[in-house]
Design a protein around this ligand. Structure first.
Ligand SMILES: [Zn+2]
Length: 75
């Protein structure tokens, strides 16, 4: 009878542990989804054609997008 009680306590403890772990996983995933930045337009580099996010483009005097300063200088 003593062992049956111990067995039940162990099972309940394991169930609570499992439940806590699964709820932690859910709460860890949510900030990731919220942390995603909004989509931004892509521009193809005028020199090599690589697509670059608008915020990381290098623009020349004619407002043409480049992937880097090196390609902007080469034209
Ligand atoms: Zn380029």
């Amino acid at each position: 009878m003593k062992y049956l009680l111990l067995f039940i306590v162990v099972i309940v403890a394991l169930m609570l542990h499992k439940k806590n772990r699964s709820s932690q996983q859910v709460s860890q995933e949510r900030p990731k989804a919220q942390g995603l930045s909004a989509p931004e337009p892509m521009h193809a580099c005028t020199r090599c054609g690589v697509n670059v996010p608008a915020s990381r483009c290098v623009w020349d005097a004619q407002q043409r997008p480049y992937c880097c300063a090196e390609h902007a200088r080469q034209g």
